[in-house]
Design a protein around this ligand. Structure first.
Ligand code: FES
Length: 506
């Protein structure tokens, strides 16, 4: 779902146009409906239209203004330290499929940008995963060895263009960075027209499949189609239980102008807190994007501290002239570290999903788009089985599954049993909390002007209690990551219904 974040817009949102594709008006019929106009959905739709299919994309917010518009937008196969672990879990063959799929995803971005004449600041850059901790050097060496066995152009180095020394790094040549929103807007323009269409401000509410035909009900009409692709971050119509096979993590980024050279490589550190570095362009000037500070969604007491920590590190390590954008995003981490791409459930052949990109959605999402388009077009895709939603998980991932779902149960039960002690009268301007009002719990926010926004604290997805995100002024669900603005409107699924309003005495 893509609702422009008015509190902390990203560099990508701030340096691209506000799109104005039409809302859907009434019912229609088409070949394929894609729900979600982020990189995975738009890639699928653009490829299918290229195959001659009629495609309709519906987006609850604006094109690429959800997660895709809030990433650091690195296009790389180097996803931290991943290959050594993948080899252990899936063998060399499985790890190679993961790597090759991501290489193919990167190539798809380059191909589609050329095919549709999209100027999206696409630039080739090396990618690095580095450590400043001598104790982690062997782990980096193991990653280099695993990556080389997978035939990646990977080398061990201690040379970077970061302004601080590193103990070790793996470097993979010929990766890329780009402006994800410019790219996605270009794709949306290429899709819209000649029998296909992109609809913004159109929220899908349900998906059904019956007798070889699919129906998508939206808040502006019903669409029937031969196939449906849910590319909504986490599927909202989730008969496959992906909410229990992934967990959401939130992280933060800033962009800054420097009084000094901007690093040209794309970097990610090992360990906690992780640090991400890349360059970008803003108003013709080169700037740096710095990221990190990951945590579970809805489980951080004061997210403003996350921006403060990131900014503090940035000012210590880089000659910062100005910080121009601050933003945060979240993504779903799959239990076995491999995204899910395929049928929403074994019983549903025509409703497809892609989810769990684990913060590497630019390459994983593009690769997923190719897999889904191939599947609908009846082409064999070499990576489809490895990413398949119905795959068996290795034993290690079952432990992860149990751990993450125990966390959800703890939040569901614990938050309901907790005795709230505060009342609305206790809230200062700008403050929010779940409070007691009579016999009822209320999610209350007193805005800077003193007005109180009162809501049910019960998430409309599966009933967990939402928590206040101080930095983004949103109510976030700690169970599966749904988010709502201060008036209760859904800004991020899997929930599709708003929080209920509550009448209170201010
Ligand atoms: Fe699932 Fe809130 S997102 S209960």
């Amino acid at each position: 779902m893509g609702s422009l974040n008015e509190t902390n817009p990203s560099l990508w949102v701030g340096t691209s146009e506000v799109t104005r594709f039409h809302e859907l008006h009434g019912d229609l019929s088409t070949d394929v409906v894609v729900v979600g106009a982020g990189i995975a959905g738009l890639t699928t739709a653009a490829l299918l239209k290229g195959d001659g299919a009629r495609v309709v994309v519906v987006e609850a917010g604006r094109v690429a203004a959800g997660v895709t518009g809030y990433t650091t937008a690195k296009l790389t196969v180097l996803h931290g330290l991943v290959f050594d672990d993948l080899v252990e879990a899936f063998g060399e063959e499985g790890a190679r499929e993961y790597a090759d799929a991501n290489v193919a995803g990167m190539a798809t971005v380059a191909d589609l940008a050329v095919r549709h004449g999209i100027d999206c600041d696409l630039e080739r850059r090396p990618a690095y995963t580095y450590t400043t901790d001598a104790a982690m050097v062997d782990k980096v060496r193991a990653e280099v060895s695993a990556a080389q066995r997978l035939r990646l152009d990977a080398t061990f180095t201690t040379e970077t263009d970061l302004p601080y020394p590193v103990e070790a790094a793996i470097r993979v040549a010929d990766q890329a960075q780009f402006h994800p929103r410019k790219y996605c807007i270009g794709l949306a323009r290429a899709i819209d027209g000649a029998g296909s269409a992109v609809y913004e401000a159109t929220r899908a509410l349900s998906v059904d499949e019956e007798d070889g035909r699919c129906t998508v009900e939206t808040d502006h009409g019903t669409i029937t189609a031969g196939h449906v692709v849910q590319a909504t971050h986490l599927p909202f119509s989730d008969s496959g239980g992906f909410f229990a096979r992934t967990h959401p993590m939130r992280s933060y980024a800033i962009s800054a102008r420097l009084d000094g050279p901007v690093p040209q490589g794309m970097y990610l550190s090992v360990g906690t807190p992780s640090r991400s570095v890349r360059s970008a362009r803003m108003d013709g000037e080169e700037v740096v994007i710095l990221g990190g500070e990951s945590h579970k969604v809805g489980q951080d007491p004061d997210t403003r501290e996350r921006y403060a920590a990131l900014e503090g590190w940035a000012r210590r390590e880089f000659p910062i002239r100005s910080i121009d954008y601050r933003w945060s995003a979240q993504d779903f981490m799959p239990v076995d570290h491999v995204p899910f791409v395929g049928q929403v459930s074994p019983a549903s052949e025509r409703v497809l999903v892609a989810t769990g990109f684990k913060k590497w959605g630019m390459s994983n999402g593009s690769a997923a788009g190719v897999m889904l388009a191939d599947r609908i077009a009846g082409r064999r895709n070499p990576f489809a089985d490895f990413f398949d939603t119905n795959r068996a998980n290795p034993r290690q991932s079952l432990k992860e599954l149990v751990k993450e779902n125990a966390n959800v149960v703890k939040r569901f039960v614990g938050d309901r049993l907790r005795t709230e002690t505060r009342s609305i009268a206790d809230l200062a301007p700008g403050e929010a909390a779940v409070v007691v009002e009579g016999t009822e719990r209320v999610a209350a926010y007193r805005d800077e002007a003193g007005a109180v926004h009162a809501l049910s604290p019960v998430c409309t997805h599966m009933g967990c209690t939402v928590t206040w995100n101080t930095a983004e002024t949103t109510w976030d669900c700690p169970c599966h990551g749904s988010r709502f603005n201060c008036d209760g409107e859904v800004i991020q699924g899997p929930a599709v219904k708003d929080l209920e309003p509550r009448e209170v005495q201010a």
